[in-house]
Design a binder for this molecule. Structure first.
Ligand code: GLU
Ligand code: MG
Length: 449
């Protein structure tokens, strides 16, 4: 007979604890990812799982303005007083090995209300805003990263061959461990390959709802880091881990559907794009100058955002155009998840919850305003006469644009923008005068899990 209410909740958490114990779990960690893009967490012995759900684990409000180093970028609103809670849902606990289970945390106040600076709650609100408009949203995440030796130096010194069978099979034990751990963690890995850059690796995840995908990105970072460590490696999620090296992107794929079907296919626009789909893409491109500080706003990000890097540094869109900020992927038999818009500009220094919220909310804003789809740029944007206007890629420009943007405040909330600006300004003060070699070294492990 089903048991309801508090008693039912007690027994289901008790069952979950028993399952985790049977899976050799000793500790449960709940993490949040802060505006600087760093993931931080607290652990409890597995038997305290219920407390992690109900009362949550205490953290100071400064967790939202911790920086990529040990700095704290206090703001007028965030000082030393106050307390918040990380709460997790026991049902979302995933096995990450070594006797530990991980769950995505949400940041709330002591009463249980979401904190203004909870990036996961912000994304959940963007997801709800899409649902209110009758839209179904799917987001797919890609993780590019760089394998390092245990001391943080390059993992290999032999010549690299992009996508090479040698370069991947050289790491076969790690890759098999990675795939095994990912499966055990319930992570829907779609593809793994060695990438263009030296020692670079990519893992792509199956599309899911926005919050589930941002959670999966964090879980994938953790699983990558743990599997790598077992093979004497470390993983860098820096946008550029070494001066002059290929960049690491954190591309996001977005698809939207209403009651009539997908917005990016089946219509009479270019490549089958329906009017609302065109407005969604227009909304994303329209807000790029304001939101580049969200998508790629760290001290290292400008080193990647250059023409020729396939990093989407150009404010335009085009079918399968890897130099466009928005690469459009049409519905073909070769696209198992259907048509989607890939935001290439995003890098792994961005908080994936915030980046996904900005991407989705700017698409919804475009739909609400019925923005017109700009002309497609079907070739390398640097080769066309009417090049799209340059984006403010320098960190100072990107942070200024974010701080002064009414759109960013509207889409993300003024508190979130203030915290993000504060942590990025700390980076400008701390790393702004360093050479690319010094910045890439200083931040090589900043976003690793
Ligand atoms: N590594 C490139 C970037 O920084 C992307 C390469 C690709 O198209 O997969 O975004
Ligand atoms: Mg790639």
């Amino acid at each position: 007979m089903p048991v309801g209410g508090a008693e039912g909740e007690r027994s289901s958490v008790g069952d979950r604890i028993d399952e985790l114990v049977a899976d050799q779990v000793v500790l449960v960690v709940g993490s949040i990812t802060d505006p600087a893009g760093v993931t931080r967490g607290k652990y409890v012995p597995v038997r305290r799982l219920r407390d992690f759900q109900r009362s949550g684990m205490g953290v100071s409000p400064s967790w939202s303005v911790f920086c990529v180093d040990t700095g704290i970028a206090f703001t007028p609103a965030i000082g030393v007083a106050g307390d918040l809670r990380i709460r997790i849902d026991p049902a979302e606990a995933r096995l990450i090995g070594d006797g530990i289970a991980w769950a995505p945390g949400s940041l709330g106040d002591q009463q249980g209300a979401p904190a203004a600076l909870c990036t996961r709650s912000l994304l959940a609100r963007a997801e709800a805003a899409a649902a209110e408009r009758g839209l179904t949203v799917r987001v797919g995440g890609e993780l590019e990263c760089t394998m390092l030796a245990a001391d943080g130096s390059p993992a290999s010194t032999e010549p690299w061959s992009p996508y090479g069978i040698r370069t991947s099979l050289d790491r076969s034990a790690f890759l098999v461990d990675l795939a095994t751990t990912a499966e055990r963690a319930g992570l829907a890995v779609e593809q793994i390959h060695t990438e263009y850059g030296h020692d670079q690796l990519e893992v792509s995840l199956a599309p899911d709802t926005p919050v589930a995908t941002a959670d999966a990105v964090i879980l994938a970072r953790i699983v990558l880091g743990r599997a790598a460590a077992r093979h004497g490696l470390r993983i860098s999620f820096s946008p550029v881990p070494f001066e002059g090296a290929a960049g690491n992107g954190a591309h996001l794929h977005l698809s939207l559907a209403d009651a009539e079907g997908p917005l990016f296919s089946g219509g009479r626009g270019p490549h089958g794009i329906r009017p609302d789909g065109g407005s969604a893409i227009a909304g994303v491109i329209d807000t790029l100058p304001d939101l580049i500080g969200v998508y790629a706003g760290s001290a290292v990000s400008p080193l990647r955002l250059k023409p020729g890097n396939w990093a989407g540094a150009s404010a335009c869109w085009g079918l399968e155009n890897r130099e466009a900020a928005v690469r459009f992927i049409a519905a073909t038999p070769g696209s198992p998840h259907g048509a989607n818009a890939e935001l290439k500009l995003v890098d792994p220094s961005a908080n994936p919850y915030l980046a996904t919220a900005a991407f989705l909310s700017s698409a919804l804003r475009g739909i609400d305003r019925e923005l017109d789809l700009p002309d497609e740029i079907p070739v390398d944007p640097s080769t066309v006469a009417a090049t799209p206007p340059p984006l403010p890629t320098a960190q100072v420009e990107a942070v200024d644009a974010l701080e002064n943007s009414a759109v960013a405040a509207d889409l993300l909330g003024p508190e979130m923008v203030e915290a993000l600006v504060a942590v990025r300004r700390h980076e400008i003060r701390t790393f702004g005068d360093l050479s690319p070699a010094e910045i890439t070294q200083a931040l090589r492990l900043a976003w690793s899990c």
